[in-house]
Design a protein around this ligand. Structure first.
Ligand SMILES: [Zn+2]
Length: 588
């Protein structure tokens, strides 16, 4: 993370965690530290603590902890580089221009910058085509016919790719190397490496921007009956379908503010919903939602209304997305639009035909996902036992994905009522599903009740903080294998390895590699009241550990002796026992 000598490290040194956290949490001085109500969990008495000396925070309630960057990442739901920027800005530190590390990296960055530039030029080109050519005029008529007026066309940067076949290619060729043209995805090559031509021809174009608003790809809809109806950019160095949500760049502010988002399938749907006055909409641009897209979304909100197409593909996409969203603890509602006339309605068609008020009304009434699923299950044949079993089996996997056990059991009851399940077998299956989660994502961390012995706690603290003799202490512990077999072994191992490397030890970064229980314990130890460490104290802790090690060995030897008194190695065992007893007596 904050590597020595890096900009992030420099900012961290200059930033005051108390000041930064103080912008989000009302802090009160308590002894050497500050405390306040934790912003990450609900509480009435403060268990959230900030140490100005160590420049770290820790919540004794929920266990969140780390340095100033961890705090900002958690608070702003952003990644590390953005957190560095936020902290630098808050502290008035100028942000240097990004420097590349290696020649390859520089080349890749240059290439990416060129690809972004090409997309910008392509965008200008497509927009001009729509505005100023006879072909574009026909395209405009088509758009108007679909209710997209001038404002909307401009707002969403809608353009037109002409039928010529190489108009864009000729324009780009003047400026960019041939290989880059194909890499951009804007140009295709004939099979067998032959002639190049424009990828998008005779199509309405929709620019697709990444989270920061840069155009990185295009979606294109056929104007006539050309197939496929929708054609998108391929994966390129600047565009990966599964890492991007259409319209997120414009919607993210609102999503964070209102803590809610509508998820639709295609860009036409997103545009239609945004035009209806709900800017908090993103499109997955494809029928299946990827894990990475869910993670991206989770940085802005955990409340989603899924509004996919009602066709079979859309329905199964909805159900697949539900599973993924539930696993990640999203609060999900489903908006299933009724048909318009005899046509199944996607958001675009529905809003065009029935108006935005009708859409908004249905949005407000969108049921929680379980009701949606129960409604689906009720369409199955529930008159026979077999049919009911099928319905329950359809629902069970979803119930099991809900992380909260109380919610799971509430839903189980509800399903039983709604499907009128009187059969004890089905009820049993449901309540079993409610008490256990088959696809447990993460087990709840056990609270740190486990008492690490004072000697271990003290040594851990010294390894983390005693700049003067950390290295020697680590060597002692390592050579005599003193921490092996201790409950705190993993914490010791992480600290010892870091100390032996000679690098400055960052306890908060080490915490990142530890399991939840160990991570919490480490933070609690760091926040304990303690005196300045001394080498004498360190040595007496080491002696105590040696003593415990000898006791453990003695017990082992004794067990071996008793297990098989006639063993040929008995002599050696007895000698070992004598030696251990002498050592223990001397230490007393
Ligand atoms: Zn907390």
């Amino acid at each position: 993370m904050a590597e020595a000598g890096s900009f992030a490290e420099k900012v961290k040194q200059q930033a005051d965690i108390v000041r930064v956290v103080g912008e989000y949490v009302r802090l009160k001085k308590t002894g050497k530290d500050f405390s306040g109500l934790c912003p990450f969990h609900q509480e009435k008495t403060p268990s959230f603590t900030v140490s100005p000396i160590k420049q770290i925070f820790y919540c004794f309630g929920c266990g969140k902890g780390g340095d100033v960057y961890n705090f900002v990442m958690e608070m702003e739901k952003c990644e590390f580089p953005e957190a560095v920027k936020v902290v630098a800005e808050k502290c008035g530190i100028a942000i240097p221009r990004q420097k590349e590390r290696s020649p390859e990296e520089r080349k890749e960055n240059q290439q990416r910058a060129l690809l972004v530039e090409m997309h910008r030029e392509a965008q200008t080109f497509f927009v001009k085509q729509l505005e100023g050519t006879p072909e574009g005029k026909a395209a405009r008529a088509y758009l108007e016919d679909r209710g997209l007026e001038k404002d909307t066309i401009a707002r969403f940067g809608i353009g037109y790719a002409p039928s010529g076949g190489d108009t864009l290619l000729r324009l780009l060729k003047q400026k960019y190397p041939e290989k880059l043209l194909v890499d951009s995805g804007l140009v295709s090559r004939e099979q067998g490496g032959g002639r190049q031509f424009d990828r998008f021809r005779r199509r309405i174009t929709f620019p697709i921007s990444n989270e920061s608003g840069k155009i990185v790809a295009f979606g294109a809809r056929a104007l006539g009956d050309d197939m496929p109806k929708y054609l998108n950019s391929p994966e390129t160095p600047i565009y990966s379908k599964s890492n991007l949500l259409y319209h997120l760049d414009r919607a993210k502010e609102g999503i964070r503010r209102d803590d809610f988002v509508i998820l639709v399938e295609g860009y036409m749907d997103a545009i239609a919903v945004a035009r209806a006055g709900i800017g908090n909409v993103v499109a997955s641009c494809g029928t299946s939602l990827a894990e990475t897209q869910i993670k991206l979304l989770g940085r802005f909100t955990k409340r989603v209304v899924v509004n996919y197409d009602p066709d079979a593909a859309g329905q199964s996409a909805t159900e697949r997305s539900l599973s993924l969203l539930l696993e990640r603890d999203f609060e999900v509602r489903v908006l299933a639009l009724p048909p318009v006339g005899n046509k199944k309605a996607d958001p675009d068609l529905f809003i065009r035909e029935r108006g935005k008020d009708e859409y908004l009304k249905l949005l407000k009434e969108a049921p929680p996902y379980v009701d949606y699923l129960i409604a689906r299950a009720r369409h199955m044949d529930l008159t026979t036992g077999e049919g009911k079993l099928r319905a329950v089996n359809f629902l069970l996997p979803y119930v099991q994905k809900i992380p909260n056990r109380i919610l799971r059991s509430e839903w189980a009851t509800r399903i039983a009522q709604q499907l009128r399940l009187d059969e004890p077998v089905l009820r049993a299956a449901l309540s079993k599903a409610a008490t256990e989660r088959r696809s447990e994502v993460k087990t709840q961390p056990e609270l740190v009740g486990r008492a690490a012995k004072p000697v271990e706690r003290r040594l851990i603290r010294m390894l983390a903080e005693a700049e003067g003799f950390r290295l020697e202490l680590a060597q002692h512990l390592q050579n005599a294998r003193l921490y092996h077999g201790l409950e705190t072994e993993k914490i010791f191992a992480a600290l010892v390895i870091a100390s032996l490397s000679g690098q400055p030890v960052q306890a908060t970064e080490l915490a990142g590699v530890l399991e939840e229980r160990d991570r919490r314990l480490l933070f609690e130890i760091l926040f304990e009241e303690a005196n300045e460490p001394t080498w004498e104290e360190a040595m007496s802790c080491i002696e105590a550990l040696q003593h415990r090690q000898a006791e453990r060995e003695l017990a082992d030897v004794q067990r071996s002796i008793e297990a098989n008194p006639a063993a040929p190695e008995m002599r050696g065992l007895l000698e070992k026992k004598q030696e251990l007893m002498r050592r223990l007596a001397a230490a007393r």
